[in-house]
Design a binder for this molecule. Structure first.
Ligand code: BGC
Length: 476
């Protein structure tokens, strides 16, 4: 057990190496023009935040690892509480054939959901003569080339749609709308981190980081346009000089090399047996999608040495990647109960083909494993947040920023549901920055990134496009 503890230990010098490693990846990503295959530091082309005065109905679509959500968002007045959201959800099972279908079948399926939503809100939709604007929250890497266009990169999260890589997401949607005869216009493509940042900034204007910590992991932050060298090279014509900041999708999930990430033998085993080896190394060390697997692999080691479950393998450990992180979360949530209650909760979680009932010692060992893995995960999440705070050094840590809160909008089941995850991340940040700055750091649960965030960005994009058209008309 002690050797497993050592494998997962993440001390301060290692934490520093990770923060420094991330910062050099930011610099490299901002300066690298090409995004063939993989891309990090992706400009979002979102350069403004909503004022709160906006009105109208906007559509938002949110595709994640296991759910498609489509929403109609009616912005009614200045206050967020006056937003009306009508939504429709579709679950995508891990073995759903859609995940490996072709692009046409996949996009038709998505657009069918929008069609159904439009029927639900038919009154609002028919009252407008213009197509409804849609913000597409795409929780996968894309090489964005404008606010509404971008090339699809490798998807992850169990999707391997045939021939989709390199295609333009805007075009795929518009073609599907045409096939189905829908009057909808994609106005903006956004990553879930960008949606989270915008939606949370709408609630709390001090928000400076959008962080996703669920099945996947990623972060967005506002970067000075002058530092986005690749944007200046590629898109000089499209960027207005007055636009000082642009939200950047870091795709930090993809970051990582052994130069600074402390990959241990379980991380390497997980990666080697994964459907996408060598991809998303950082994410695999700490995401909700992988923590269960890391515990499973370490537990199998103990079982093989007869140290756990008397050497018997529970059925729950039979298949790689199928031991769910929610079980870890459950085990940690009852760890302060009396032994009797803990055993009552614990025993039904594991089933053996042989007549074996887990013992108190099994419970203790497995709880320890969960904590060892989740403590490291919390510190890895904190290292990402710390590096993003430092990346905004001047604005957040400079001499004129005293006492101002540093707000991070965080979305995702691992952060929201895993016991004490918030406290552990915050504590690691306080250890890194010291008490004074630690007190200014506020990690807040951010919801609605894919719904209200998507709709707000579609609205901002539509506004900007109209303004540009008006300017064009004036000067011609
Ligand atoms: C994806 C990111 C996404 C993150 C959080 C990662 O696996 O590559 O684009 O933002 O998950 O959902």
């Amino acid at each position: 057990m002690e050797s497993i503890r050592k494998e997962f230990a993440l001390d301060q010098p290692t934490f520093k190496a990770i923060v420094d490693g991330f910062k050099s990846e930011y610099a490299m990503g901002l300066n690298t023009a090409s995004a063939s295959g993989l891309a990090t530091m992706i400009p979002s082309y979102v350069t403004a935040l909503p004022t709160g005065d906006e009105k109208g109905t906007y559509l938002a679509l949110d595709l994640g690892g296991s759910t498609l959500r489509v929403c109609a968002v009616e912005l009614r007045q200045a206050k967020r509480s006056n937003v009306k959201v009508t939504e429709l959800k579709r679950h995508i099972a891990p073995n759903d054939p859609l995940r490996t279908s072709g692009a046409v079948a996949f996009f038709d399926w998505i657009v069918d959901a929008i069609d159904e939503l439009l029927t639900m809100i038919s009154a609002a939709a028919s009252s407008t003569s213009e197509p409804l604007s849609l913000g597409v929250c795409w929780s996968f890497p894309i090489d964005q080339t404008s606010i509404s266009t971008g090339k699809i990169l490798r998807m992850g999260k169990g999707f391997t749609i045939d021939g989709i890589e390199g295609l333009d997401l805007f075009t795929l949607f518009q073609e599907a709308f045409e096939r189905k005869g829908l009057r909808v216009q994609v106005r903006a493509l956004l990553n879930d981190t960008v949606g989270t940042l915008v939606a949370h900034a709408y609630t709390n204007p001090s928000t400076r980081i959008g962080f996703i910590y669920g099945t996947g992991v990623n972060a967005a932050y506002p970067e000075k346009v002058s530092r986005i060298v690749k944007l200046q090279q590629q898109q000089k014509a499209h960027t207005q000089p007055s636009q000082q900041m642009m939200l950047v999708n870091t795709e930090i999930d993809i970051f990582g090399s052994e130069d600074y990430l402390p990959l241990n033998r379980y991380d390497k085993m997980l990666d080697a047996q994964h459907s996408q080896p060598k991809f998303q190394l950082y994410e695999k060390m700490m995401s909700g999608g992988c923590m269960g697997e890391l515990v499973r692999l370490a537990a199998l080691d103990l079982i093989d040495k007869n140290l756990l479950f008397n050497g018997y393998r529970p059925q729950e450990f039979a298949i790689p990647m199928e031991f769910d992180t929610s079980v870890l979360s459950l085990i940690e949530s009852f760890m302060n109960e009396t032994l009797e209650v803990r055993l009552q909760h614990f025993n039904p979680l594991f089933h053996f083909t042989e007549a074996y009932v887990p013992s108190e010692n099994d419970l203790r060992l497995l709880t320890d494993l969960c904590q060892i893995v989740s403590n490291r995960a919390a510190r890895l999440a904190a290292a990402a947040v710390a590096s993003l705070i430092e990346q905004q050094q001047e604005d957040l840590l400079g001499p004129r920023t005293d006492q101002k809160p540093i707000v991070i909008g965080v979305n995702g089941s691992t952060y929201e549901k895993y016991p004490t995850m918030h406290d552990r991340i915050h504590q690691a940040l306080t250890e890194w920055f010291g008490e004074e700055i630690g007190q200014r750091i506020q990690l807040e649960v951010a919801t609605d990134g894919g719904s209200i965030g998507g709709a707000l960005i579609a609205m901002l994009a539509e506004k900007e496009e109209k303004m540009m058209n008006d300017l064009g008309a004036l000067s011609s």
